[in-house]
Design a protein around this ligand. Structure first.
Ligand SMILES: Cc1ncc(COP(=O)(O)O)c(C=O)c1O
Length: 428
């Protein structure tokens, strides 16, 4: 599971389901204890996208209120729930406004970035069956850095996946992608930015390739979709063009609301260029006893609570709040980069957005990572090239300071030989 691979199975020697009922207080206390086990295990930076680490409990408060209020509702059963329908429509419209998309763009909600990517490949396949001739075995062409979810989809469906090596600056190599295209290619994509390095691919160039070869083009903005627009406003800098509706040839784009929209999980969004393109996403089977079954995306039951959480957080923050968080993110970024570079033997990487990475010189990177995790500061590895990664969130100063202090201590320990990678290997 996760980025280290372990999943410890507990062998139970007696039944876990109680024979008799348990009173509410006992259940609540046990839940609190279990929650504390996690909090004691991991603190500080980075519990990914946890609003509590941002030091502003009001976001968590509105999110929890909306989440628990809508907890028993299912998006699949929204037909007779006018309140829920209103929430859904407003979330979709706010999503468009946050990213700055035109009203032709159609939106569907999904239960995470992986599902959004699955939807994009499926839509591309449905589109290709009509718009391309003679596909024998579908192939998809993506930069090596595209999220692992595309590998999962190709594994499930037996589509051929071509991950094309990136350039020396770690961004998509469009010429090499062109060479990988065949008549079976149904999907081509780039990230804005990619999860491994937080770097934007040259989306416009990939889209030109898509148009030239009549291939569906997807932009994976799961990580940056809701962060970039506000960072662009706060910093005055522009990222390479990435938005659907603004880059010709882009037919779909994914962006996770449970990342920098700061809503509760699971919630992502997939955008289609217009109504005509949306039709390749929609599938409402009726070949079973219960007639038409119409769900939002690939999956069935879908918690209304995360959509309600998004509505609450988006309303609570508004443009003003998201902009404030973007300013804070930029300050956090600077503090991290300066703090990391000030530690002898470490060098921060210049990522675009979303994540921060740093490399180590003359010391075992895995030992540094191990020391951080042992000190309850969560970070993850990037293996190609070997780097340590943290999410770039608008966390509080206390979180940044704790991380940097811990990192300095850990580096000293690794250099002195008192910290090794031994702790981490137990999780691998
Ligand atoms: C660029 C990118 N795409 C897709 C995903 C998958 O999202 P999820 O974990 O919500 O399935 C992620 C997650 O980090 C991501 O960063």
């Amino acid at each position: 599971m996760g980025y280290f691979g372990t999943e410890k199975e507990i062998i139970f020697d007696k039944p876990v389901l109680p024979e008799k009922k348990t009173d509410i207080e006992t259940v609540k206390n046990r839940i609190k204890e279990l929650d504390h086990m996690d909090v004691d295990q991991i603190r500080g930076h980075v519990i990914f996208y946890a609003t509590l680490a941002m030091g502003d409990s009001s976001i968590t408060e509105v999110s929890r209120f909306a989440y628990s209020t809508f907890m028993e509702k299912n998006m699949v059963m929204k037909e007779f729930a006018p309140g829920l329908q209103r929430i859904e429509q407003e979330v979709k419209q706010m999503a468009r406004e946050m990213i700055g998309l035109n009203n032709q763009t159609r939106v569907k909600l999904t239960e995470g970035g992986s599902e959004s990517l699955f939807c994009s490949i499926n839509s591309a396949y449905q589109w290709s069956k009509i718009h391309k001739k003679g596909i024998e075995k579908p192939e998809i062409v993506v930069p090596y850095t595209m999220h692992a979810a595309v590998s999962k989809w190709c594994h499930y469906t037996d589509f051929t996946l071509k991950r094309v090596p990136v350039r020396s600056d770690y961004r998509a190599d469009v010429k090499a992608m062109e060479k990988a295209i065949t008549k079976n290619t149904i999907y081509i994509a780039g990230s804005a930015p990619c999860w491994p390095y937080g770097l934007y691919d040259p989306i416009e160039e990939i889209a030109e390739l898509a148009v030239k070869n009549n291939i569906w083009m997807h932009v994976d903005a799961c990580l940056g979709g809701y962060q970039a627009p506000f960072i662009e406003k706060a910093s005055g800098k522009k990222f390479p063009a990435w938005r659907i509706g603004q880059v010709p040839g882009v037919l779909s784009m994914s962006a996770d609301i449970h990342k920098h929209g700061y809503a509760a999980k699971p919630l992502s969004s997939i955008f289609y260029r217009d109504k005509d393109i949306l039709q390749y996403h929609v599938y409402n089977p009726s070949d079973w006893p219960d007639g038409k079954y119409s769900s939002e995306s690939l999956l069935g039951s879908f918690p209304a609570s995360s959509v309600a959480s998004a509505w609450a957080v988006m309303n609570h923050l508004g443009v003003e709040g998201y902009l404030e968080l973007a300013h804070r993110t930029l300050r956090v970024r600077e503090k991290y980069i300066n703090g990391i570079n000030a530690i002898k033997g470490l060098k921060a990487w210049d990522t675009d957005i979303g994540v921060l990475l740093f490399e180590t010189e003359d010391m075992d990177t895995m030992a540094v990572l191990s020391g951080l995790i042992q000190e309850r500061c969560y970070a993850i590895p990037c293996y190609q090239p070997m780097r340590i990664k943290i999410a770039l969130d608008p966390v509080s100063d206390a979180v940044v300071e704790n991380f940097l202090e811990t990192l300095e201590r850990v580096v000293k320990g690794v250099k002195a030989g008192t910290i090794t990678s031994e702790f981490l290997t137990r999780f691998m």
